[in-house]
Design a protein around this ligand. Structure first.
Ligand SMILES: *Cc1c(COP(=O)(O)O)cnc(C)c1O
Length: 357
């Protein structure tokens, strides 16, 4: 069945992974490949591994299960941990990110019951105000976690630029390194992993004199979409078009741009303010909010999105004529990619990496 399709060019993903891995590797920083934007799609996970990564991470157990079912044996990290899921966390993940003693106790019990040793990365809060234990409480949590059977605290991590939009900089990263040192002084043992953040750390890493103790970054967007995430600038040498959304034109004609009649709410409870561009050639795509996050789309070529409802995207086609049955290609940002991957109405099409890659 046709309908919108999301094409994934693995040659481009592979080149991105190799380029970033080489660049970061020269600075002593390893990469954990984050698969959540592609829902743990095994083809993308295998491409991460082919590009030289050894650890994969996802925020959802369903996605980790998909990776395991596909026979992927790499080290798996769970990025978000719920106490009610402790048994499955132990079954599916080698390591999980944690901030709560209650959850660590549940993981410990499940790990002991399964006869396993589960790795724990403690997350510390550095100002972005998403997950993370306050620095003052970190030594206490670390000491308690270190005493729990079945668990091994392998490192310390932080997330910035996720919720509060706070950038990772030299000061934040120096704090993270200092805190890692404090924990090592408590235990008398080195921490294996100091995980400095995500794709938002790119500018910092390239500008930093030395990444101090940081030896891991958890990366999704920069590998998949080729952009750093402070300002979403394309990163030199990376592909920004590994993903393409394609949709079909189902109506093409000339219409006014200013609606006429008594005004009311649109389908989503808003009162649209539509700019009057006069009568223009327009096109409607068989694509809508049930398929993706429309504000995160950018049509390739000379087309412009005027608006969208659940099932229709309206295009200004005045600079690029379209006919019914034509296909239009669109670039996706992270939000649009996440939503398109999650929609059952969007067909996923994987283009394998070439043999010479
Ligand atoms: C999603 C996520 C990442 C990856 O972020 P990108 O911006 O895609 O690189 C890293 N760490 C955690 C905890 C995450 O949830």
């Amino acid at each position: 069945m046709p309908g919108p399709r999301l094409t994934i060019d693995l040659t481009k993903v592979l080149r991105n992974v190799r380029t970033v891995r080489d660049l970061y590797g020269r600075r002593g920083v390893g990469i954990t490949g984050v698969t959540k934007a592609v829902l743990g799609l095994p083809a993308v996970a295998r491409t991460f591994l082919a590009g030289g990564l050894e650890t994969l991470a996802d925020s959802r157990l369903e996605n980790l299960e998909r990776l395991r079912r596909a026979g992927i044996a790499a080290r798996l990290v769970l990025l978000r941990t719920s106490p009610s899921e402790a048994e499955d966390v132990i079954r599916l993940a080698d390591v999980s990110l944690n901030t709560e003693l209650q959850t660590l106790r549940a993981l410990s019990a499940a790990s002991v019951a399964a006869g396993r040793v589960h790795g724990v990365l403690l997350m510390v809060e550095l100002g972005d105000l998403r997950e993370g234990v306050p620095p003052a409480e970190l030594p206490c949590l670390f000491a308690a976690a270190s005493r729990l059977p079945g668990l091994q605290v392998i490192g310390l991590g932080a997330s910035l630029a996720c919720y509060g939009g706070i950038a990772p900089d030299d000061e934040k990263m120096a704090t993270l390194c200092r805190l890692a040192g404090d924990l090592e002084a408590i235990s008398g043992r080195p921490l294996a992993v100091v995980s400095g953040g995500n794709s938002a750390n790119h500018d910092w890493l390239l500008s930093a004199a030395a990444p101090c103790r940081i030896n891991d970054l958890r990366l999704g967007e920069i590998l998949l979409l080729g952009r750093e995430t402070l300002e979403r600038r394309p990163v030199e040498g990376l592909h920004t078009d590994a993903f393409t959304l394609t949709a079909e034109v189902i109506e093409a004609n000339t219409k006014a741009t200013k609606p006429r009649g008594a005004r009311c709410q649109d389908a989503f409870g808003h009162r649209p303010e539509l700019e009057d561009r006069g009568e223009i050639p327009r096109a409607i795509l068989a694509l809508g909010r049930q398929d993706t996050w429309v504000p995160g789309l950018r049509p390739r070529g000379q087309l412009e999105i005027l608006g969208a409802s659940s099932d229709h995207v309206i295009l200004d086609a005045s600079r690029q004529p379209l006919a019914v049955g034509d296909e239009v290609e669109l670039d996706l940002d992270y939000g649009a990619l996440l939503a398109a991957m999650t929609s059952p109405f969007v067909r996923k099409e994987v283009l394998p990496a070439g043999a010479d890659e």
